[in-house]
Design a protein around this ligand. Structure first.
Ligand code: CA
Length: 548
């Protein structure tokens, strides 16, 4: 080998070493600048999605049971300042509305028996705390729904106490005179025992109390009671409340749907006069026909109970006792039924709430995918989708009501001052899935699934606002449907509810659509080759119209 040749070889080797080092430096730099790449496809695939905001009532709402959510002052009771300290958490998950269970003064922990409709229970904070919470929510674009309980008051409410005092003093052979005591007309009193009535102690009177004797039912036909309710709504709208969740609307006039429609119609019209863009959602824990009837009131929303709970349509679809294709058909038929009563209705899908056993207990063998898919279905439904706090981490809680309202499981640390003690008389609730703190760092956690599903819901406004059209791709285990709205970019959603991988032939569907989002419950990737979509078990693909 001559010297010249040796010199060239050394030069080439040097060049290789130098360029190799440069590549290594570049590679290291790139990895220092970005988070490590997740093996879960959705985090990279969906990374470009952004929240397409609309100024309307189609929201994703987080239901907070105030007593058990977050404690700010160390007394073990959740409070308004605690909620305010968690707004980053709520917003980061993509929620843009919160519904707080009642916050008014009340003798119970749940506060569904109100003693003062104009105050805040001292356990939860003050009016100033409530104002500050409203202000900070509004700055973040989060709307706030107040739980309004007007079917009944607390026994200890001043109105009932005054009526009761009057009847105690009234000679037994005298007729009551509402002009002397107007509060007599606020409730339903009777000299005869009746179904749903409780005896008024030390008198020969009875009063309507459908839930229990501590909750006397208001007389909602009374003009003076309606005047009081109008004043209450006006007071809270004046402070900035965006709308109301109405408790127990089927009990307003028990067994008289027509009268319930009448009261709700009056209430909604009254609220719209006070605040034209307010939003009202009612709790009618009943079947689809009864819900459809109540939509005649013109109320914006009624919770979609047929889909919820352990015996609802979502649960039965997940366990395959309802075919995936029928899940789509039921969504379409319920939409038609509700729409025929109120063309402007907004569906209010949900899966659980503070009265229903938590969903993680529905699937004994589930390690996450079934809980995730149930919320995939619920959160991809049209309307205003509601999620009960703690469901986003698969909390457990069943049996007595207190157990369904267990403290939000922020972390395992006994020093975590956010943790609440939980309702008195609650059993020890053993959790199945890790805490918020632990799920934050696990790509495949239920928490990260929720954030990703909501980000897809928020990126394509048609998912909440569109009407539903069936796709021929649906099978017994694949639910496929379009969301269509002339004002929005339409989507096709394809959900594999089976455990096994499946392939879908898209040659007759999704013409002019592209795959825009994926949702995975494992590290298996969703692939699209030509017109063949391959979905691993328990995964979702979303296609959207190509932008012209
Ligand atoms: Ca507290």
């Amino acid at each position: 080998m001559n010297r010249k040749k040796l010199f060239s070889i050394i030069a080439v080797l040097l060049l290789l070493v130098v360029s190799g080092a440069a590549v290594l430096v570049l590679f290291t730099k790139r990895n220092q600048n970005s988070a490590p790449v997740s093996a879960v496809q959705m985090f990279s695939f969906n990374s470009g999605l952004e929240h397409e905001k609309r100024d309307d009532a189609y929201r994703t709402t987080y239901q907070i049971f105030v007593y058990s959510f977050c404690d700010s002052n160390g007394d073990g009771i959740g409070d308004l300042n605690g909620i305010r300290s968690k707004l980053d958490y709520i917003q980061d998950l993509g929620f843009d509305e919160i519904w707080l269970t009642p916050v008014h003064p009340s003798p119970t922990y749940h506060k569904y028996d109100v003693t003062d409709y104009y105050g805040i229970d001292p356990e939860f904070g003050s009016l100033e705390d409530y104002d500050l919470l409203l202000k900070e929510c509004h700055e973040r674009g989060i709307r706030v729904l107040m739980d309004l309980v007007v079917n009944h008051t607390a026994y200890a409410h001043e109105w009932f106490q005054k009526a009761s005092d009057y009847l105690h003093e009234l000679p037994s052979d005298w007729e009551p005179d509402p002009s002397y005591c107007p509060y007599f007309d606020y409730y339903q009193f009777s000299r005869e025992p009746k179904d749903g009535y409780a005896p008024l102690q030390d008198t020969n009177w009875y009063y309507e109390a459908r839930f229990w004797s501590g909750m006397p039912d208001l007389n909602l036909d009374s003009p003076v009671v309606r005047e009081e309710i109008q004043k209450i709504a006006s007071f809270w709208f004046g402070r900035g409340v965006d709308g109301f969740r109405l408790d127990a609307v089927t009990s307003y006039h028990t067994g008289d749907p027509e009268a319930n429609v009448g009261f709700m119609k009056w209430f909604c019209q009254t609220c719209r006069t006070l605040k034209p863009d307010c939003y009202i959602v009612g709790e009618a824990w009943t079947d689809r026909n009864a819900i459809a009837k109540l939509y005649e009131s013109g109320i914006d929303s009624l919770f979609d109970f047929p889909f919820a709970g352990n015996d609802g349509i979502i649960r039965n679809t997940i366990s395959h006792s309802v075919k995936a294709s029928d899940f789509v058909n039921v969504m379409i038929s319920l939409d038609e039924q509700y729409r025929s009563s109120n063309p402007g209705y907004i569906d209010a899908p949900f899966y659980t709430n503070h009265d229903i056993a938590r969903s993680a207990g529905y699937y004994a063998l589930d390690e996450g995918p079934e809980t995730k898919m149930a919320y995939g279905l619920s959160l991809l439904m049209s309307g205003n989708s509601f999620v009960y706090y703690g469901e986003e981490i698969g909390m457990k809680g069943s049996g007595k009501d207190e157990n369904k309202r267990a403290p939000m499981y922020w972390s395992d640390s006994p020093d975590d001052s956010d943790l609440c003690a939980g309702p008195p008389d609650m059993d020890q609730v053993k959790m199945k899935f890790p805490s918020v703190a632990d799920q934050m760092t696990d790509d495949l956690s239920i928490l990260n699934w929720f954030r990703e599903v909501i980000s897809v819901r928020n990126a394509f406004p048609v998912i909440a606002r569109g009407s539903i059209e069936a796709s021929n791709i649906s099978t017994d285990t694949v639910a496929a449907f379009y969301k269509v709205d002339p004002e929005e970019r339409n989507v096709l959603i394809i959900i594999n509810l089976g455990d096994e991988e499946t392939s879908c032939d898209l040659s007759s569907e999704a013409d002019g659509y592209s795959m825009v989002a994926v949702l995975n419950t494992s590290e298996e990737w969703i692939t699209l080759e030509e017109k063949t979509l391959t979905l691993p078990g328990h995964s979702i693909a979303v296609f959207a119209e190509d932008l012209s």
